[in-house]
Design a protein around this ligand. Structure first.
Ligand SMILES: Nc1ncnc2c1ncn2[C@@H]1O[C@H](COP(=O)(O)OP(=O)(O)OP(=O)(O)O)[C@@H](O)[C@H]1O
Ligand SMILES: [Mg+2]
Length: 70
């Protein structure tokens, strides 16, 4: 990232959490762990696209069973 001032938006949930394998793919468009027809796989991937277009970045911190912070 270029030097400058940035705003941070952070959201934490208490859901299922993600292991490293899922975190690694969560930003892939259409990647979903939900059953066929139930997940779009367009959540984190849209955030990734918006953040990158805006010169920012996005990260996921999560452990299985311990929720996620993005
Ligand atoms: N907050 C979260 N907690 C746990 N897993 C998540 C979280 N956000 C994303 N994931 C994982 O990343 C995958 C892709 O997320 P994404 O939001 O793009 O699709 P989805 O949640 O499967 O579908 P939809 O958002 O349309 O219901 C999910 O299937 C899930 O495995
Ligand atoms: Mg989702």
């Amino acid at each position: 990232m270029q030097a400058g001032e940035y705003m941070v938006v952070s959201v934490t949930d208490t859901g299922t959490g993600m292991g490293p394998d899922v975190i690694a793919r969560a930003f892939d468009p259409f990647f979903t762990t939900k059953p066929l027809g139930q997940g779009t796989g367009l959540g984190p991937s849209m955030i990734y696209g918006f953040a990158k277009q805006s010169g920012g970045q996005v990260r996921i911190y999560s452990e299985v069973g311990r929720g996620a912070t993005t």
